[in-house]
Design a protein around this ligand. Sequence first.
Ligand code: AMP
Length: 383
Amino acid sequence: MSSSLPIHAPHCVVGVIGGGQLGRMIALAARQMGVRTVIWTGGLEAPAVECADEVIDKPFDDSLALKDFCSRVTVATVEFENIPRETLETVAKCTGLYPSPYAICICQNREREKNFLRENNIPHTWFAVISSAADLAAAMKELNGPGVLKTADFGYDGKGQVKLEGDEDPEKIWAAFEAPRAVLEAWVPFEKELSVMAARGADGVTVTYDPAENRHRHHILDVSIVPARVSPAVALEAAAIARRVAEALDYRGILGVEFFLKSDGSLLVNEIAPRPHNSGHHTLDACVTSQFAQQLRAVIGLPLGSTRLLTPVVMLNLLGDMWQDETTPPDWLPLFEDGEAHLHLYGKRHARGRRKMGHANFIGATTESNLARAKALKALWLA
Ligand code: AMP
């Protein structure tokens, strides 16, 4: 262990802002490492609550909760990015917050994220910032083809997005859009969607995980296939771009970079997640260091762990539409009969259509077999 690192361990308390499934899996990894967690969540039904050592159940702009949180933790992180900037900055000053408020604020807003990519010469889709019908009309004219209009703030999993063919009336589209600011992006006829998890430690050492090949269902991640079925050159390029993103953000912690891969082999960054990411869940069972353990290492100031992939893996998201009814899960027996599948449930009591209830990792010698087993169980549970 390098003595130059600002090490908070052992016996440190990591504060996590947010109580969702990512917070839950950070808390579980912390337990394993002997690290205590304080989860700050808006609601005691949140998935992380039952795995945390301590919980603060107050809105993220509550000033007393902010003081309380800072007084209880040694160092802090976030498990989702839509947190008020003032809260992030105060926590950063009081205890240290990793990733930094700067990095989180870039990634919590599409306009800032796209401008960051442009300013740092990181390949991205063509875009224009829109704040009026006139802006939209001008941008649609310039684009002259299909695109997608996305809210600047707080969009995820396809929410706040409208696909445009290019011949719509901009006045009508903007009047119905109900957001003060947006970006219009060119529609990318991609061949595949990929993502790379990267982690950068307190000492600036950056590591990357093997790229994941991601497929979506209703705009929500359905399966991640690792290793991605791409050429070594594409895999290397994706890792190099993710590394550049982490360095340009002066990042500390884990981040996910999502890409479109075009048929000519070129890559465009679609989004950056300043936290563990759904497409990194396979690391729990298939990599030397999970993305959650890696986040804790980076945040605490420990050396990073190996990102080596131990086995091919397919991660299947388990959404609420697989549940038999709101409180009855699917029959898990066939999954347990598959001796190389791992079930991860988030402890959510009520299932709804597209709610992320858990995920399953199918490991095994070949991607074909992992994918076939995941597909068969998905079909069974959706039938
Ligand atoms: P996002 O919320 O930006 O990650 O978008 C959700 C999903 O919509 C992506 O994973 C893509 O499948 C699709 N999508 C978003 N933007 C584009 C684009 N510019 N071109 C093609 N597909 C897109």
